[in-house]
Structures are given as C-alpha cells and as structure tokens.
Design a protein around this ligand. Structure first.
Ligand SMILES: *Cc1c(COP(=O)(O)O)cnc(C)c1O
Length: 300
C-alpha cells in the first residue's frame, strides 16, 4: 500500500537566452510526480505519512489557506494511503477549486479566523485532544521529516549542475536540498527564490538545515509584491514560457523562480558552460486562484 515510487525526469529547456551565452537550462519535473500530491508536497509528506502509520495514527490533521497546495496534497495522500483527514482552514468558508478537490478527497474542513489560525498546536488540542489517532502535520508540511524527503531529490540527479534553483515559501524544501547537496558532495550552488515579501529571515532558516554548506544564495527581489502578488510582466513571462515549452508554471512559486533564472541569465550572472537546474515544485492549482488577474492581462 505504501509505494513511494515516483517519476520526475530532468528535461532540457531550449531557449536562445541561454544557448547564446553557452548556458544549458534543465527542469526537474517534480510536477509530474502526481497531479494532486504534487511536487515538493509529495516529498514533504512522505516521511510524515510513514511516521503516522508507524505510530498507529489514522487521521491526518493539517492547516492551510483556501488555495493551499499542501492542503490539497494532504487530502489526496490521506485518501490514497488510508487515513482520514481534516483541514483547518484560515479564513471564511469560500468556494475555491482547491477546497472543492479537498472535499472530493474526503477531507473534513474546519474554518477558523486569522487570529485563531496563528496558534496551530492550540487548534489541534482544541479539536483533537481526545483523539489519540489524530496526527498533527504543520502548515505547508514543514518539519524535519519534510526536509529529509526533499533531500532525496539530490540522489536522483543524473547530471551535475553548477546551480540549482527552487522557490521558497517556508524554506523547508530549500533546506532539505541544501542538506542533500552537502551529503552528496556536489559542487553546486543552491538558489532559493523567496516568494513572500520581506522574507529575509528565511535565508537563515534555510542555512540552519545545513550550516556547513556555504553554497547557498537567497534571492529576496523576485517576490513580485508578495505571496499573492503578481505583475503583468510575470504573467506574460509565464504565458510565453508555457506556450514555448508545454510546461505550465504558477504565478505564486515556480513562475517567480523561472523568471529569476531568466533574469539572472540576462544579467550575465552565470559563467559560460554552466548547467542550471530549475526544480518544478508542482502546485499548479495555485494558478486558478488568479484566474481573473491572468485573464485580464492575457486578453489585452
Ligand atoms: C508549497 C510550495 C512551495 C514552497 O515550499 P517550501 O518548502 O514551503 O519552501 C514551492 N513551490 C510550490 C509549487 C509549492 O506548492
């Protein structure tokens, strides 16, 4: 029942903006791991699911916003691996595509206001203190188990890269990758693109996962106005990228990461003959949260 075999190839992206500088760009297709338990969310959940099973837990309880990729991944993973699930959701009961899928996967949803949402362990105790089979999974799946799952990505790589890029929300994925790269002794610089505004503190959080690994750069200037922020330039970039590669990106995470890579290439950040890898962390349903904005920009 617990098969974690995955398919996530490394594919080359052919684009003038790289080839004319002697650069090669690749993308690790973690978005192909699963349509709903997508990208890094699969890797982040893996060891939590195993621990829950080992501890005899039957009910996954986690947290997220109304467009949370993590909530959706947990709902689907619970259904697939034989758990019940509850999502404690920040904000009003609004109908989003993400919550619709969560419900279809059998997730029970509890809506709480922003104030109450801040204290996750209190919420867990309030609803589940009498429930010994309930299992707490933090917002975004964050935690040491999650980093361990993400570190495994490095072992799958077939090519050596000078630079690897990922988007950072909580920074757990980047932290895990930093660990994995250190263990594998690869001479690779990890770049994390902060998607939140003013998330400079994340840089230290990420370094904390593997303090010995100095090959790390945190980019704070590609958040495009913050988590839910976007700009016409970002949407246009995503549309052009999707139309020329057949690979979708979302405006919250992977679009910002890929934009940063192209921008850095244009600014001659990379030395020639370098191989660059972008991690596609999946999570395409985030796109649907921006339907009106995207339509308004693309229909112009
Ligand atoms: C959740 C998510 C991230 C952020 O991962 P962290 O480990 O929290 O930094 C990045 N990309 C996508 C597509 C996501 O859904």
């Amino acid at each position: 029942m617990f098969s974690f075999d995955i398919y996530s190839p490394e594919e080359e992206i052919f684009d003038d903006r790289f080839s004319k500088r002697g650069l090669r760009l690749f993308i690790k297709r973690d978005d192909m791991i699963h349509p709903f338990i997508s990208g890094n969310k699969w890797r982040k959940l893996k060891y939590s699911l195993l621990r829950a099973k080992n501890e005899g837990k039957e009910h996954l309880v986690t947290f997220g916003g109304v467009w949370s990729n993590h909530l959706l991944a947990t709902a689907c993973a619970a259904a697939r691996f034989g758990f019940k699930s509850t999502g404690i959701v920040r904000g009003e009961d609004v109908e989003t595509d993400t919550l619709l899928f969560c419900r279809l996967f059998g997730m029970n949803l509890i809506f709480v206001d922003r104030q109450a949402y801040r204290n996750k362990s209190l919420l867990f105790d309030t609803y589940f203190s009498n429930s010994p089979t309930a299992f707490f999974i933090d917002e975004g799946g964050a935690g040491p188990e999650a980093a361990r799952g993400c570190a495994e990505l490095v072992e799958e790589l077939r090519i050596s890269y000078g630079h690897i890029f990922c988007a950072a929300g909580t920074g757990t994925t980047a932290g895990g990758l930093l660990q994995g790269l250190y263990k594998s002794n690869r001479n690779t610089t990890l770049h994390a693109i902060g998607v939140l505004k003013g998330a400079g503190f994340l840089s230290d959080n990420i370094r904390h996962y593997s303090p010995q690994n100095q090959n790390f750069i945190f980019h704070q200037d590609y958040h495009f106005g913050g988590y839910a922020g976007t700009t016409p330039a970002l949407i246009q970039f995503i549309a052009t990228f999707s139309a020329t590669t057949g690979i979708l990106l979302d405006p919250v995470y992977t679009g910002k990461m890929m934009y940063a890579i192209y921008d850095l290439a244009d600014k001659n950040f990379f030395s020639p003959e370098t191989k660059i890898l972008a991690i596609h962390t999946g999570g395409l349903f985030g796109l649907l949260g921006m339907k009106p904005k995207i339509n308004a920009i693309l229909q112009k």
